[in-house]
Design a protein around this ligand. Structure first.
Ligand SMILES: *Cc1c(COP(=O)(O)O)cnc(C)c1O
Length: 341
């Protein structure tokens, strides 16, 4: 990837004439079966462009799961950049909305006549709740509800290819059920930078204008796009390995700390460990694992582990050994090493 970046042919993507960035855009559109795609630095920016494209005016709403990235991490981004608010519904550990919930969310505000929902946003996989896959049939049902209400659908597919690999469905089939789709070539696909916003050609001039407005028009974007092309061409084929390793991790931790993991939740490359359920302090767990070379992040009542291209079978074993030492000595009093160090 680094070699491809060094050799990339470049232009100026601000002017639309970077050949490598253009090739990545064509490739992304082809893979998702959309007319066009726009290469931007982050998934957040791709989502924010999509939201601003669909929401007609300041003060209108986007409907989605309360756990979704757009309504959590990006809540203030959407408010600050575009005056967008949210109407959300709890989706529990599943993380994705079903057709009945979509129908409730899109119910017109006939009483006060003030809340207007301009967009339904869905997420696949649902990252905030453990990387669960929204099945294609469910997405179709939700899309039908939205179409009935005259509301477009945006698919936040930061990990769409993980969903596709786990479901055994072509990513384009998911994309077909949305008006716009974003996916990251970073994260699981392994590129250092970049996301694609895919959709109809007639939306792209405005998407491009918004990318400039938001500071996302690049100069020699081809340098990172070269990595994005490899990520898309090769990174998608090996995602099942990450899913297998996540399963091995989950089963291993569940064996060492019974009750800490709901194995049914583990469908893709994420493992949520409920540390509280097994009497482990969450922050102390993060420190202790960190000191043993295992990086994890926190979630509501525990920690999250993610497998990706740089996590090998040996790394899984290192993580399992680290968890074993915690299980043997749950209250070591070993606090703060990672932070202070
Ligand atoms: C990571 C992520 C994003 C944002 O992507 P960045 O490149 O980190 O800005 C959006 N949605 C979901 C579901 C994500 O996991």
């Amino acid at each position: 990837m680094r070699a491809a970046m060094a050799e990339a042919e470049v232009g100026d993507a601000w002017y639309g004439d970077d050949p490598t960035a253009n090739r990545l855009q064509e490739l992304a559109a082809e893979r998702l079966g959309t007319q066009a795609a726009l290469y931007v630095p982050t998934g957040t920016m791709a989502n924010q462009i999509a939201l601003a494209l669909h929401v007609r005016t300041n003060g209108h709403l986007v409907a989605c799961s309360s756990a979704s990235h757009v309504a959590t991490t990006e809540l203030m981004t959407a408010a600050a950049l575009s005056g967008i608010g949210f109407r959300t519904v709890e989706t529990g550990r599943r993380g994705w909305i079903d057709a009945a919930q979509a129908s409730d969310l899109l119910e017109p505000d006939s009483f006060y006549d003030v809340e207007v929902v301009d967009l339904l946003s869905v997420e696949n996989t649902a990252g905030g709740t453990g990387g669960r896959v929204m099945p294609l049939a469910e997405l179709r049902a939700v899309r039908a509800v939205a179409a009935g209400a005259g509301v477009p659908v945006h698919l936040d597919g930061a990990r769409l290819f993980n969903a596709a690999a786990a479901a055994g469905v072509d990513a384009a089939e998911f994309a077909h059920e949305a008006d716009t789709v974003m996916f990251c070539v970073s994260k699981g696909l392994g590129a250092p930078i970049g996301s694609l916003l895919c959709g109809p050609a007639d939306l792209m001039p405005e998407a491009r204008r918004l990318s400039i407005l938001f500071g996302g028009a690049w100069r020699q974007a081809g340098i990172t796009a070269a990595a994005g092309i490899l990520a898309l061409e090769r990174g998608t084929e090996r995602l099942h390995e990450d899913h297998e390793r996540a399963r091995r991790l989950a089963e291993g931790v569940a064996e060492r700390l019974p009750g800490s993991i709901d194995l049914d939740q583990v469908e893709t490359n994420m493992v949520f460990v409920d540390t509280e359920a097994v009497g482990l302090d969450m922050l102390e767990t993060i420190d202790r694992l960190g000191a043993l070379g295992v990086g994890v992040t926190h979630t509501g009542n525990g920690v999250r582990m993610v497998t990706h291209v740089d996590v090998s079978d040996d790394d899984v074993q290192i993580a399992l050994d680290a968890w074993a030492s915690l299980a043997e000595d749950p209250t070591s009093g070993h606090v703060g090493v990672a932070k202070e160090g």
